[in-house]
Design a protein around this ligand. Structure first.
Ligand code: CMC
Length: 393
């Protein structure tokens, strides 16, 4: 292959050096800045995790208060943004709307546009983390025709999001602490995942020196696909399809289709490029799923039963065992979100909201690296040799 290594899909090319997130795919281990995801999900909240990813350390008590204050100071979005939002069809996919809204932030916040200026990057980072929940909730309210609910800064990050999603101006909204904790955990589990497709997209996009909001919008666009962040939506649609066809009794038939390479059917929420063992996030998600279903009196939720049955069969089936296919984070996250009341087509938006901090931390790391260069892959050319134009006349 001449001077270049041909590596489609980057199976064996490291695109950068990074000190943020570590995955041991064989062990099924995930560390943010050295801390195991299980401990972060148990002892910290999402904003602690954001502080850790952005600054390298968990906050002490004073830093925690200051960071919470800083983020909550930025939760409102420019009032003009709602007019931009109104230009969309109400039946547009929320990810289409979110890609647009995040990109549009570059048109609204003119004092945080220089990606090479650390102060600008810092302000852009806080704005994005603070405003993503507001934007996701606005996209939802727009879709269902309800008034936007302004953020309430006395609530937690997750509590505020729940209120903006499900509150109305007509009555007080009581945040359910179990749902609040579950959502916060979903955010923690999705906060970063090293050089996945959307993160690599953000790095590549930012490497041209573009506006930081535009670079994050590129990440949102990439995340949308069903092989990446869109898998939670695809997974829930799959479970609903199987349920509609008869549920648990149809699992065997469905699995035969999955194993038939010509069917084009995949077991969504299974398999991962890096994890060749149980995704540690899937374990935590299954736990949270249990808690939420019990809290809401949905212990007998047929989709949860169906998912557990699919998992049980897959983990014992040669096809999956040989290929080391295990449940990934998306396998149970959809069931939790659906129980909370989040519509299926907003699942990937929740993922984008949570992943924003990871994208920013990775972008900052790259820009701060003295060795960084514009990303510019090479190609192996397979087209026509030089030839001459024959004028038509
Ligand atoms: N169902 C059935 N077969 C599968 C699946 C699946 N979900 N995943 C992989 N395989 C098979 C695949 O067909 C291949 O078989 P063979 O070796 O016979 O050709 C083998 O397992 C290896 O898979 P691969 O496609 O080469 O692996 P990859 O690293 O290119 O793809 C993946 C990883 C996540 C795209 C893929 O496993 C997949 O499409 N899974 C379903 C979608 C999904 O759940 N995505 C979420 C990923 S986690 C969250 C995120 O990153 O956003």
């Amino acid at each position: 292959t001449g001077m270049f290594t041909y590596d489609p899909g980057f199976l064996s090319t490291a695109s950068c050096q990074s000190s943020i997130t570590y995955i041991d795919g064989d062990k099924g281990e995930l560390l943010y800045r050295g801390y195991p995801i299980e401990q972060l999900a148990t002892h910290c909240d999402y904003l602690d995790t954001c502080h850790l990813l952005l600054n390298g350390e968990l906050p002490n008590a004073q830093e925690r208060t200051e960071f919470h204050k800083l983020v909550t100071n930025h939760t409102m979005v420019n009032e003009q943004m709602q007019f931009f939002l109104r230009g969309f069809r109400r039946d547009a996919h929320p990810m289409a709307i979110l890609t647009g809204l995040v990109g549009a932030m570059s048109a609204f916040y003119h004092d945080s546009t220089d990606i090479n200026n650390p102060e600008h990057r810092h302000v852009a980072a806080i704005r994005l983390i603070a405003k993503m929940p507001t934007l996701v909730a606005m996209a939802y309210k727009y879709k269902i025709g309800q008034p936007y609910i302004y953020p309430k800064n006395s609530l937690s990050y997750a509590g505020n999001f729940l209120r903006m999603m499900f509150g109305t101006p007509c009555e007080e909204y009581e945040v359910n602490p179990v749902l609040e904790r579950a959502l916060d955990r979903i955010f923690i589990l999705h906060a970063d995942h090293e050089q996945n497709a959307s993160t690599s997209t953000v790095r590549l996009c930012a490497s041209s020196g573009t506006n930081p909001f535009a670079a994050i919008a590129a990440g949102v666009a990439c995340l949308w696909g069903p092989a990446h962040g869109g898998a939670n939506e695809a997974c829930l649609n799959m479970l609903e399809d199987i349920q509609a066809q008869g549920g648990v009794s149809k699992v065997g038939e469905f699995m035969e289709k999955v194993k038939d390479k010509n069917s084009g059917v995949k077991l969504m929420g299974f398999g991962h490029r890096v994890y060749k063992n149980y995704d540690p996030r899937a374990k935590l998600m299954q736990e949270t799923c249990n808690e939420v279903l019990v809290e809401l009196g949905l212990e007998n939720d047929p989709l949860f039963k169906l998912a557990k049955e699919l998992e049980k069969i897959a983990l014992e089936d040669d096809y999956f065992v040989q290929r080391k296919l295990y449940p990934n984070v998306d396998f149970y996250s959809g069931i939790v979100q659906r129980a909370i009341g989040i519509p299926v087509n907003l699942f990937t938006g929740i993922f984008a909201l949570a992943r924003t901090v990871g994208w920013i931390a990775q972008l900052n790391e790259m820009i701060g690296d003295p060795e960084y260069k514009i990303g510019r892959p090479r190609q192996l050319f397979t087209g026509s040799e030089r030839r001459d134009v024959k004028p038509l006349a």
